[in-house]
Design a protein around this ligand. Sequence first.
Ligand code: PLP
Length: 462
Amino acid sequence: MAIVQTDTASETSKSTLDQWDISHSWHPFTQMQEYASLPQLHVDRGEGCWIWDTEGNRYLDANASIWTNAHGHNDPEINAALKAQIDKIAHSTYLGLSHPLGAALGKKLADISPGALSRAIFSDNGSNAVEIALKLSFQYWQLQGTPEKRLVVGMQNGYHGDTFGAMAAGDSQGFHGRFDPWLFESRAFSSPICEEVNGQVFFQDSEKSLSELEILLETEGASIAALILEPSIQGPAGMRLQPQGFLKAVEALCRRFEVHLILDEVFVGCGRTGSLLACDVESVEPDFLCLAKGLTAGYLPLAATLTSESVYEAFLGSFESGRGFFHGHTFTGNPLAACVALKSIEKLERLIDSKRLESTVAYFGERFDAAFRGHPNVGEIRQRGMAAAIDLCPDSGRDPWPIDERVGMKVCIEARKRGLLLRPLLDSILIVPPLVISAEEIDFLFENLKTALSAAMKKLSN
Ligand SMILES: Cc1ncc(COP(=O)(O)O)c(C=O)c1O
């Protein structure tokens, strides 16, 4: 067997890389039997919104490297900050020690977050940010002498990650249903309905959702610790939108029934909806706010769970009191990740203050609408901020596609041939480009996605 060295791996032939990958890798959220039957793509480098594979082909990164990339790849300012830090130290523990970047990032997050969220606990992915919020809430009520408050309420179609607490709080039967017997008990209420593109609302209804939640809180509020939801957009559920005012109403119910509000802004935070945080739009102040993905603009793994001084103070006491929070990870508060997050937030503030993000969102929505509204193979379309989805449908009069037809995947494979990287969600296509995508790149994205869609439909009808 060939000896693999990191410095020569990039010069290894495509067929050898394919063979290593197929023989030794197990990719996440991927049916490996299907993956092995498809052409493999090995990413070599990135620049701005573009990615090059090892054979020199160029692709527009239209899923922002799984919804993380904000300022483009290989950003000179972030690179410079990272290079300066790596010459100092790559990692030191945050368990009982600090470093200037961690302290500065904690301060910055407190400054930009709403209300009294003055404390940050760092971790390294969205699922862990959620686990931490859930555990803090659970322990808080115990420390307050109300241990009966332990149930978690989530919203229909909610997705909060793949760890056990996150799965229990979520409602992603398709992904997690088989683990049900291992999950703790939780409750769910239906999600509201909202169809919107470019700020224009076509239909909305949150009445059923809010009245269900109110009844649930009235009957079980005394035993509910926390309610968790993804504000504004349920991304992993296919960009399901919430109407304006919904979040504020949920916040009011949580306050009325003394239930913690956990906002999972892992996807929608850090500029994705057009504002720095999604909860800013309705001036909502959660008890816990979870950030990850865009926090480091797609550079390094980092997450933060923010909470208030009053929650923090409940955990104070002598060591012997056992009130401390025993949760942490080896790479908690990693200095490289913290330095990137600080630089990225600084750039994000400029992007928002200069109104550049606002005009990008407007153009993105306009071109999206023009490309797909009324398209014969597109049912519902949804868009808010720099996130959009199309639900594919067969020509009228034709039977629905069987799941194994993998139509969404087929469209993405056609898109790849036309220089676009996208990921499907069953028969929906989710479009989440870097926040700095230009007007020309937006045109390229929608023109090529439309052509890919026609090509895939033609093959299906043959
Ligand atoms: C809303 C939301 N919460 C949590 C997560 C989990 O984050 P991670 O994959 O970093 O664990 C995701 C991931 O897609 C997400 O979209």
